[in-house]
Design a protein around this ligand. Structure first.
Ligand SMILES: [Zn+2]
Length: 204
């Protein structure tokens, strides 16, 4: 099965979602796609209070199978990791199940390639940058997240004449590498990695 390109899906980037929340911990808003929402819109509540930080999505859409209106209302947990220079960085925690297994990945972007918003791994999405330049070496080095945020802010337009811009592609590539680094670190800290370390020590 060929992968769908991520650029063609509805997506929500965490930095964008929280861009106006530097001084607030709650908002209830509408997210629009296209021109004034002609490509779709959803209700979105963001709560950064307490231990259960979340974003709640609520929307109605017509079922492809039954052509009846279906209501969706669910929460995606938000999680934080400390920043190198203080403060913390927010992530979505993907709530999808793939082949019966809960995903739970920490991701910076959610996509909608089905009924719910989930990560690109669950939806089997690929970045077009991967096709063009090949996948950057994962876990090669830890990337400075602020650099990436700065890169994203500099991207004035993501597409030009139907093609992703070079600046946007560069950003996507960096963002992907950063995500892999983070997942790599999380894995290293997990028990599995500790077991591997123990096993290698025993061999010596
Ligand atoms: Zn997922």
């Amino acid at each position: 099965m060929s992968k769908t390109e991520a650029d063609w899906c509805k997506k929500i980037e965490i930095w964008w979602l929280l861009r106006d929340m530097k001084n607030s911990k709650y908002k209830d808003t509408t997210i629009l796609w296209g021109t004034n929402g002609d490509k779709g819109s959803i209700g979105c509540e963001v709560n950064l209070w307490g231990d259960e930080k979340f974003v709640r999505f609520y929307y109605a859409q017509t079922s492809r199978d039954t052509s009846e209106k279906e209501d969706f209302d669910y929460k995606v947990p938000l999680t934080t990791t400390p920043c190198r220079y203080g403060g913390s960085r927010y992530w979505f925690r993907c709530l999808l199940y793939k082949n019966g297994v809960y995903c739970g990945r920490r991701v910076g972007v959610l996509y909608k390639n089905g009924d719910l918003f989930g990560c690109r791994h669950c939806y089997n999405l690929t970045y077009s940058s991967r096709n063009i330049s090949g996948l950057a070496k994962p876990f090669g080095r830890v990337i400075n997240i602020r650099e990436i945020e700065k890169m994203r802010e500099k991207v004035k337009r993501t597409n030009y004449k139907g093609k992703p811009t070079k600046k946007y592609l560069r950003y996507l590539k960096m963002d992907e590498r950063a995500e892999q680094s983070f997942i790599g670190i999380a894995r290293l800290l997990s028990g599995k990695a500790k077991r591997i370390l123990r096993a290698t020590k025993k061999k010596k």
